[in-house]
Every structure is written in structure tokens, then in C-alpha cells.
Write a protein that binds this ligand. Structure first.
Ligand code: ZN
Length: 312
């Protein structure tokens, strides 16, 4: 069956982010990413599904369950009058400087992304078909009380909680973005109903610069290559199977690909066909949630490869 794609309304790009050296750099998290990925998903047979009528209010309720009130208040109201953006270290992940400014455009965009994640999860739960929340901003670096790395609200955890409310007893979250989903890890680490697994770069030069070890965390310090990456994804899927999950949320990042400005691996776009085959092998109801991927020339081919396998 076709993969259903849910796309929130287009939102403004962040104007800039701040590097650890405190230099401002133009944000690479831009709307064109979504245009390229959507074209690729449609090339692969995916079909766009409308947003649900009540997904926004459900998202508001769920983000309040995932995140602290102080963070939500800040994202809603944090930009002082007369300023274009705000950057407050009080809302940085533990041990990190805050690198991601908040603009007035952030709250509606982040909530819209969370609502698309809700809708995708509803479609998967109710229609027994895989879905893809093609969202920006992404979410996996947003923890309970902090945001960072282009992320504000944790869309993957919102999708997983939606699947739980729709009847799944245990939902595995599998993160295959180049970067560790430190926010997701923090949001679910005390919740046995939402086991987490991740394949990521653990090079200390890469965000979030510190890497926990433990079951389900498959960090590698250098380029694993295609075969190595597929073996890691297989191990991560096996880990969640051993947890007896009955549904899956996949945090998808195309920043594992050759040429990505935020990654250093050399995988080809076509790797997402065998990746998707591994992810869908057990036919668990699956919601894909967009995280990173910033190399614009690679995005369409990667999304096509993923959709052509995940739509079957
Ligand atoms: Zn990433």
C-alpha cells in the first residue's frame, strides 16, 4: 500500500544558528529540503494525505505531556519586543551551549510539525498503512526542558505517544539520523513503553558532542560505509524487536549521505531502499518522521528509494 505523507503548512526558515565558536552561520534547515523530499517520496509512490481537523489541538495536549511548561512558555513568548530572535542558555541541553535562536515564527511552525506527526500516527494506527510526517522544523534534539540543533518540539515522541493512545502497547523509536537524538533519548529514557534505539555518529566533533552508551545506542566514531550502516540498522531493529514493540516510529535523517554539510559519511542515496526494507521487514505499523538531511542534491533520490520500499 502507498505510503501516506503528511506535510504541515510551509514555515519560515530560521535565519541563522550559532556555532560553538559563537559565530553566526546561515541555517541550512530550509523549506527547499521539504520540496526535494516530497518530490522523491512521490516518485516512489507515496501519496499526500490531508492534515486532520483536530490534530493541532491533540498536538498541543501531547507536547504539554512531553515538554516542561517553562520551555513551552519560552517558545511561545520568548522573543522580547523589538527583537528578531532570542537565545537563552537556560533552555540548552545539559552540557551544551544554546546554538539555536528562537524567532516568532518558531512556535506556529513547531506546533504545526507536531500536528503533522500526530496526523501521520493516526493514519498509521487507523488505516494500518505506513505514513511519513514530512516536517520541519525537526524534533529529535528537543528534550523535556530544552531545545537545540534546529529542533524545538519532539515530533517523534509526539508520534509515538499518539500511537500509544491509539492502542499500541509498546512503540519503538528508531533514530537513523546522522546525529544522536539526544532529546528523544531524554524524553523516553524512563518510559518502558517507548524503547529507543539509534544509529549515529559518535565522533566527538559532531553534535551533540557527548554520547551515552547503553542498550540500543549504536554510535560509531567514523564512516561505517554502506554495508556497515545496514548492519547497524539491522542490529537496532533487532534490539527493538527484542523489546516486543508493536509499532515503530522512525526518525529519518538523510544527513548520513555523502556530501551532507552536517555529516561526514559517504553513503549513497540508494542506501535508503535496503534501509527501508530492514525497517519494514516485520510489518509493524510504522510512522516515519523527518529529522535532518541538508544536502539538497541528494534528498530526492534518497526519499524515492525509501518510499519505493516502504510503500510495498
Ligand atoms: Zn542530523
Amino acid at each position: 500500500m502507498s505510503l501516506h505523507v503528511v506535510v504541515p503548512e510551509e514555515s519560515d526558515a530560521l535565519p541563522f544558528t550559532v556555532e560553538p565558536s559563537r559565530v553566526q552561520v546561515a541555517s541550512k534547515e530550509v523549506p527547499e529540503r521539504i520540496h526535494q523530499i516530497l518530490a522523491g517520496l512521490q516518485d516512489g509512490g507515496a501519496v499526500v494525505a490531508p492534515l486532520g481537523g483536530d490534530s493541532l489541538s491533540r498536538a498541543e495536549r501531547l507536547v504539554a505531556a512531553v515538554h516542561d511548561d517553562a520551555l513551552l512558555d519560552y517558545l511561545r513568548h520568548g522573543v522580547p519586543e523589538g527583537r528578531e530572535s532570542a537565545l537563552d542558555d537556560a533552555f540548552a541541553a545539559p552540557g551544551l551551549d544554546q546554538e539555536t535562536p528562537v524567532t516568532r515564527a518558531v512556535w506556529p511552525a513547531a506546533l504545526g510539525a507536531a500536528a503533522a506527526a500526530v496526523r501521520a500516527a493516526e493514519l498509521t494506527a487507523r488505516q494500518r498503512r505506513n505514513s511519513y510526517a514530512l516536517v520541519r522544523p525537526p524534533g529529535h534534539h528537543a528534550g523535556p526542558g530544552w531545545h537545540g540543533g534546529y529542533c524545538f518540539l519532539n515530533n517523534a515522541v509526539v508520534a509515538a505517544r499518539t500511537l500509544r493512545e491509539e492502542g499500541a502497547a509498546k512503540v519503538g523509536i528508531l533514530d537513523i539520523d546522522y546525529h544522536l537524538g539526544n532529546g528523544t533519548l531524554a524524553c523516553v529514557q524512563n518510559d518502558p513503553t517507548l524503547p529507543f534505539a539509534s544509529v549515529h555518529s559518535s565522533d566527538p566533533e559532531d553534535f551533540p558532542y557527548g554520547f551515552e552508551r547503553g542498550p540500543g545506542l549504536f554510535g560509531v566514531p567514523s564512516d561505517p560505509g554502506t554495508e556497515g550502516f545496514l548492519a547497524l540498522v539491522k542490529d537496532a531493529v533487532s534490539h527493538l524487536r527484542q523489546e516486543d514493540v508493536d509499532a515503530l516510529v522512525v526518525s529519518v535523517g538523510y544527513d548520513v549521505l555523502l556530501g551532507d554539510p552536517h555529516g561526514s559519511w559517504t553513503l549513497p542515496p540508494d542506501v535508503f531502499a535496503p534501509v527501508a526494507a530492514l525497517l519494514t521487514e516485520y510489518q509493524l505499523p510504522t510512522v516515519f518522521v523527518q529529522e535532518g538531511g541538508y544536502g539538497l542534491p541528494s534528498l530526492r533520490g534518497a526519499a524515492r528509494a525509501l518510499a519505493s520500499e516502504a510503500s510495498r
